[in-house]
Every structure is written in structure tokens, then in C-alpha cells.
Design a protein around this ligand. Structure first.
Ligand SMILES: [Zn+2]
Length: 282
């Protein structure tokens, strides 16, 4: 939103408990109320008074930099984050504190999610969807998880995703098996139906409003059960995950997303020290 210039008009009151929080729909519900200057911007910032709730606020309430003492270029920062640089590397390039990058990226992530949902809000329902489980982990390798991806088959547009915890599997040493047991006694085991439940939610959202659809996936049994539990006319086509994963494969959209996520995000690379400490920072 362009917030500089004399013509800026606040579209709504930023205070969440105000009746005009969603929209100013009548004239005279707000007025200008002086200005102030900050060291960060070095210019005059307009303040406004809300006549609905009686509060005041500045145009900064509508800025992505609200309350930030350092204004970094959001687009450049995002491009660094999705180009394989981990947070500490970005701090060394920009010569700022690590927490500054963490906070900026967390805010950018929230804005990107909102922007994405806003963009697909009125999009027509998908007809052909590839679903895929992207395996990664949070905190330590004892906490693996799936990012369940829904991808439009022909454009490869990543439409929506959610997550589900997994139990650590695969080859483990005797110590690792014992450690897994200790952690499971402490924190409980992940829900064995987590992938099925998340896939149901994923498709429920992705195919909302569609009369029928074709879903492509590998032969994971949770997908079949999730699709059966949805009361929709869905044709489910499966391919073995051992099939060659090139662009002739009908799951290519999912395979490509997996490749790019691992290629661009340092936290998803094998044996990395840049793994996500919490899943909301992925
Ligand atoms: Zn208000």
C-alpha cells in the first residue's frame, strides 16, 4: 500500500476492537491529527484520529515496516532467503544483528502467506492437482515432518500446503533408538494418522467449490483413505514413487517443487546445520 504523499487516506482503523477496523464506510470517520518525525525515516509522518473509537494512529500502521527500527528492503531480503542463504549469512552480508534478520523474515513470511491467500481467494477451483509429501524436520532429526503440498498439475503453481508430524524412521543406531524411545515417553508419539488428516484438510481447502477433480499422487495409503473420506467426485490416479522422476512423470509438479524447495532453502538440505528450529520458521 502506498502510504506516502498528501493524498493517503486510511482505509480502515488499525485498532482491532474498533467498529471501523475492517473499513471506513462513511465520510468524517477519521481526520488528520498532526505529524511527527522519526530518526529512521527522517521525514514527517502523518497521524490520524479515528472518530469511531476515539483512538489515534499514524500512517506507519499501514506500513510493512511498522515498529521496525531498521528498514531493510523486503524484496531483496526475501530473494536472499530463497536463494540458499541461511539467516546468519544474510546478517553477514547486510552487517546487521541476527535477530534483525529473524524478525524481518518472520514478518515477511506472514505477509507472503496473507498475500498468497488473498491472491487465490477468488480463483476458480482446481481441476487437476498433484499432492506430495515433502519430508523435512524441525528442531532435530528426531522430529521429522511432512509438508503436504498441493500443486496445480499443468502450471506447477504451489496452491496450498500444510504440515504433519512423522515418527522418526529409517536406519538408527542402538543409541538413537533408545533416545527416540525416551523422547516419545516424554512428548508422546506423533499421530500415526497425521498425514491422512492433513491430506484431507489440504484437499478440502484446495478443491473447495469444485464439482469434480483429478488428484495425482504416489501410492501412499494415507492419500487413498483421505480422498475416500472426502465427499466429492474425485478421480485418484497414482504412480509409484520409484518411477523415473522427470517431466514425463504425471507427478512432475510435485517432484519439481521438492527439488526447488531443497535447492533454494538451506534448512531443507541434507545434513545441514541451518535446519529450522521451529516449523513456523520454515
Ligand atoms: Zn478506530
Amino acid at each position: 500500500m502506498e502510504i506516502f504523499g498528501k493524498d493517503f487516506k486510511p482505509p480502515h482503523c488499525p485498532r482491532p476492537n474498533c467498529k471501523a477496523h475492517l473499513k471506513y464506510d462513511q465520510p468524517g470517520q477519521w481526520s488528520k491529527a498532526g505529524t511527527y518525525t522519526t530518526k529512521v525515516l527522517g521525514k514527517s509522518i502523518q497521524r490520524f484520529a479515528c472518530h469511531v473509537c476515539g483512538g489515534t494512529y499514524s500512517r506507519q500502521a499501514f506500513s510493512i515496516h511498522y515498529w521496525q527500527k531498521m528498514h531493510l528492503a523486503g524484496h531483496e531480503l526475501m530473494m536472499m532467503a530463497v536463494s540458499g542463504a541461511c539467516n546468519r549469512q544474510i546478517t553477514r552480508i547486510l552487517k546487521v544483528a541476527p535477530s534483525t534478520i529473524d524478525h524481518h523474515l518472520a514478518r515477511l513470511g506472514r505477509h507472503n502467506m496473507l498475500f498468497h491467500l488473498k491472491t487465490i481467494e477468488n480463483a476458480p477451483p482446481l481441476r487437476e492437482v498433484v499432492i506430495d509429501g515433502f519430508e523435512t524436520f524441525e528442531f532435530s532429526q528426531y522430529y521429522p515432518m511432512h509438508l503436504n503440498l498441493a500443486i496445480e498439475k499443468n502450471s506447477h503453481f504451489l496452491y496450498y500446503f500444510n504440515d504433519s508430524p512423522l515418527r522418526r524412521k529409517g536406519r538408527m543406531t542402538a543409541y538413537q533408538k533408545q533416545r527416540r524411545q525416551e523422547l516419545e515417553q516424554l512428548n508422546g508419539k506423533p499421530d500415526p494418522k497425521a498425514v491422512e488428516k492433513s491430506t484431507k484438510d489440504l484437499l478440502g481447502f484446495t478443491l473447495r467449490g469444485a464439482e469434480s477433480a483429478i488428484v495425482y499422487s504416489d501410492k501412499h495409503p494415507a492419500y487413498r483413505r483421505a480422498i475416500r473420506s472426502l465427499e466429492m467426485n474425485i478421480t485418484h490416479l497414482t504412480v509409484s514413487s520409484k518411477e523415473r522422476r522427470d517431466h514425463h512423470n504425471i507427478l512432475w509438479g510435485g517432484n519439481l517443487a521438492d527439488l526447488l524447495l531443497r535447492h533454494c532453502g538451506p534448512n531443507h538440505k541434507r545434513e545441514t546445520i541451518a535446519f529450522a528450529k521451529r516449523r513456523n520458521t520454515m
